[in-house]
Design a binder for this molecule. Structure first.
Ligand SMILES: [Zn+2]
Ligand SMILES: [Zn+2]
Length: 398
């Protein structure tokens, strides 16, 4: 009797699962992008030093990240060009106006917060700018028609202190854990000021602090139940500093390689891991479109490009490893059933087959579709049945 019931149960079970097969999900796993701007660190004191004496934390974290070694400020190497350049995805001199009774400077073109809020219909607390409170001297996003103040980020501005990196970090912790913003921009200013002091030890101390705080931001993200494994963090600079043949670390602002070369550290669920890239040449103006690619907003007035070289190959998977933890076992079946019933997460590994995502690691019978029949195939495999297959269009592994 038990055997008969089981035989009846299985076709019903399959039919229900096939009917409940989830719709294709969006293109990427990233749901949050955090940009950390460390002001004016020369590449030779950041990730260009592979021994990690100046940036030990980010150098260690690079095992899980992609480091772009060919990233530049390809415009004027000052803060007032570099920072709005990262926001707008293009370079343009700040504009002057009077706003709310104050003389202010603003961005000529829409910024990535405006693009994100506009296209994704985000409330203001999902787009965050964390910077010390420079009062009316705070550079503003754009007044561009169709974008503008209705799409500006929430400004989170702790009072200026003798440790602005720390107060910005403290504010970031509160905001990330409370609001889980979709786009965040965290500005760490102190490295540049210490460089201008001309005191090498002070410059290095500020770099070490920024390195530590940035690593801790990643820990906060990965320990957050909403943001973990769904957040991409990009760490860069607005500009470098003169190389020693052009005036040394205390200054910046010309076209020497030291001023142009910046760090580009990228970590997240859709990016390569443990990889350093020497090409193609990237720019800090590429951040806006890259964030848009991940989150699904467009930055039509950006002159940058999507840094597609950062993205992991879409077919990196082990057949049958439905939950993507590197092993094929019974937990994959449990995970798979929960997903098909609509009560669990989608499998992390997928390939784009033109219409959207295809969870290739779950296609255990190799018929290039994912459904309840694959569950039965996997159960049979664990009972000694045939080997797990894969869709022949997509070979597993890198
Ligand atoms: Zn700067
Ligand atoms: Zn220079």
């Amino acid at each position: 009797m038990g055997q008969v019931r089981k035989l009846i149960f299985i076709p019903l079970f399959v039919a229900i699962l096939v009917c409940q097969m989830a719709a294709y999900a969006s293109a990427y796993r990233t749901e949050h992008v955090v940009v950390v701007l460390i002001d004016g660190v020369r590449y030779t004191e950041s990730l260009g030093d592979t021994t990690g004496i100046y940036c030990p934390r980010l150098t260690a974290l690079a095992e899980y990240a992609v480091v772009h070694d060919s990233a530049f400020n390809d415009s004027i190497t000052t803060t007032r060009y570099g920072i709005p350049g990262t926001w707008m995805g293009r370079f343009h001199v700040l504009q002057d106006t009077v706003y709310q009774g104050n003389n202010v400077e603003f961005s000529r073109w829409p910024t990535f917060w405006e693009y994100a809020r506009h296209d994704l219909a985000l409330p203001q607390n999902k787009a965050i700018y964390i910077t010390p409170d420079y009062g009316s001297g705070t550079w503003l996003p754009s007044f561009y028609p169709g974008y503008g103040p209705a799409y500006w980020p929430r400004f989170v501005q702790p009072a200026i202190s003798d440790d602005n990196n720390q107060v910005d970090f403290d504010s970031a912790r509160v905001v990330l854990e409370r609001d889980h913003p979709v786009v965040s921009y965290i500005y760490l200013p102190d490295t540049d000021h210490a460089g201008h002091s001309g005191i090498w030890a002070d410059y290095i101390a500020e770099i070490r602090q920024a390195d530590s705080l940035t690593n801790e931001l990643w820990n906060i993200i990965q320990n957050d139940t909403v943001m973990a494994d769904k957040t991409t963090m990009l760490v860069t600079n607005d500009h470098g500093r003169h190389d020693d043949a052009h005036g040394g670390f205390q200054g910046h602002g010309d076209s020497c390689l030291g001023c142009r070369h910046v760090m580009m550290f990228a970590i997240g669920p859709d990016f390569k891991r443990g990889v350093r890239l020497g090409a193609p040449r990237a720019s800090i103006r590429d951040i806006a479109r890259t964030a848009g690619e991940l989150l699904g907003f467009s930055a039509p007035l950006s002159a940058g490009r999507v840094m597609s070289e950062l993205f992991a190959p879409p077919c990196d998977y082990i057949p049958g490893d439905v939950n993507g933890n590197g092993w094929v076992n019974g937990i994959d079946v449990t995970f798979f059933v929960a997903y098909l019933k609509g009560i669990g997460s989608p499998p992390p590994d997928s390939c784009d087959i033109g219409q959207g995502r295809f969870y290739v690691a779950a296609d255990a019978n190799g018929d290039c579709s994912v459904n309840g029949i694959d569950v039965l195939y996997m159960v049979n495999y664990f009972k000694g049945g045939p080997e797990i297959l894969h869709c022949p269009d997509y070979s597993p592994g890198r």
